[in-house]
Design a protein around this ligand. Sequence first.
Ligand code: MN
Length: 734
Amino acid sequence: MMRQYELVDRVRRYNPATDEGLLDSAYVYAMKAHGSQTRASGDPYFSHPLEVAAILTDLKLDDATIVAALLHDTIEDTKATRAEIGKKFGKDIATLVEGLTKIKKLDLVSKQAAQAENLRKLLLAIADDVRVLLVKLADRLHNMRTLKFVPEEKRGRIAEETLDIYAPLAGRMGMQDMREELEDLSFRQLQPDVCRSIESRLLALRERNAGLIKVIEEELTAELARAGTRAKVRGREKRPYSIWKKMERKAVGFEQLSDLYGFRVVVDTVVDCYKAVGIVHTKWPFVPGRFKDYISTPKQNDYRSLHTTVVGPGRQRVELQIRTNEMDQVAEYGIAAHALYKDGDKDGEILPHDSNAYAWLRRTIEMLAEGSSPEEFLEHTKLELFHDQVFCFTPNGRLIALPRKATPIDFAYAVHTDVGNSAIGCKINGQVAPLVSELQTGDEVEIIRGDAKAPPAAWDAIVITGKARAAIRRATRTAVRAQYTGLGRRMVERAFAKATLPMSEEKLQAALPRLARHTTEDLFSSVGRGEIKPDDVLRAVDPDWRGERVTGAKTPKSEGGWFGLRRASSLKFRIPEKGKEEKSSAIPIRGINGELPVRFAPNGGAVPGDRIVGILTPGEGITIYPIHSPSLKEYDDQPERWLDVRWDMEDTEPQRFPSQIAVNAKNEPGSLAQVAAVIGEHGGNIDNIRMGGKTADFHRMIIDVEVFDLKHLNAILTQLRAKKVVAAAERVNG
Ligand code: MN
């Protein structure tokens, strides 16, 4: 059992100002209070609160939390009272211990209604002071570590509760190590066979790859050092439970899991993070689609890091998390990293109030206060903890529960069909965001509505919920038909005008049988869809017509506006975020005076500030190109398909657009790192880096970078050109 002075030593290592007298008297008080009580293991009971306190010293927590841990079972299990603890240790500590006492007997896997009430009590106790949760989690961790001493019939229930409630809570608070250990301990209890088989395969792998982690660590460290970047590299195996979850999620076997090793690279500054990723990508081939920038966009629980996967030494796929020391602290300790309370500042606000994790907790509590039924609340909260749902809020606090991967469009339809149909944009937590973003629990979503009455048909492929999909299909069937009818009518009118033939409803009616259509609306719709050519309509109306009678000059495109589609004043572009590959084929845009589907030319790379044109394809819609795009040559002789469009960014806050640049850099160590650092420093988001050709002196790299607009892109190019190591930097357009 840990001695009194050992505990004080542990605390003093991270908190030199610790109140030694306070810790000593709490140690003595708890030891005396528990007296001769023993645990199921036969150990003196006092060993338990002591171990709980020790776990919390690993999280570097303040004196009050350590003392509360020592005392956490005294009110319930001994003669100690709140009043006495208050007198001896102060109100702050007494409140913490009382909070812990209140939640001690909560059974979180009981009958639905009771469980809901218990979970409510738990969350309320935590909301008072998040340190209650930290002690509770440490308490549960120690109980799980010593689970084998508990009677067999109780173990399953405790493990279940841990896996359902406490592990996700730890994760939600950003305490990943704690979450993983809780998960693994529960997993071992609940599915011993599966757990054992994964562990034995890990063991076999460890033997086969003996020393590999060390080799990779050393190679990474050396490579970064060569480029002048100081880094601490730590490698580890994935944990059994997370491996099992992945096998389940991807429906693959152990052998197919290629990235069983993860490495953390901890560097000094944010710039170093981007440098390091450049160095790593230069040295080893990287796995496409695995680069994630959680530095510019932190996760909900405050987690920040760059992620990438490379094929490292020994052709082993290696997952890398690159971050600064500070980010590492948050990644490991989560909310506890913020929970450094100033002793003596007893009634001050608790620090974690400004963290995202705490904001989530607060909102969950608010939801309780809103008075949804306990069962409903439980359903929501548990599902949330199970990770298969996200919980978002309207600006007035209404809770909207959605399946994971839901988008703001799903959110809008969940609020009301009309809201979905008229959505043109959204704000997530106050920031303008793409409508195709993936919502996270706790997001506050504000839908920006326009006067549109129908959604773009492309949304059908983006939404997750059945409600949204059904509403979109209903609305677009009508709207799309109206669009094609309008477009077809204009095309036919234009053909008649060109042929100097008068067009009338009767003539068209008379020609319908020849065109195998029932109504003129059907006819126009078919023309709009490209099923019937306008010339065929002319021929059907006037069988004598043989072709254009007047070969007038083609209308120049600067005048082109036959379709009445020129006024593009409300054109809004919505671009999918990076990492949303599966959605990038459908860009919901509305506003071109009607509801024709609009998309960007693939690899067009148009960014705001570029001059752009729309190319109309009957039956498909409008494709946006930057005016300098070589692909536009194809349409030179079809001026009727050109549309004047323009950006309308006035009412929107900055958003990022994908672009591509090519950089010729000198062949010298660290050149890629320098390039990546310049882009990072100037606010560009690197999506991907590919190495192009290489000569003796130079190598060419193609970089996908997200920028706000043309000015931003040009600023980055200029900064790159200013670097000694850069010979040329230019924009690439497909
Ligand atoms: Mn306990």
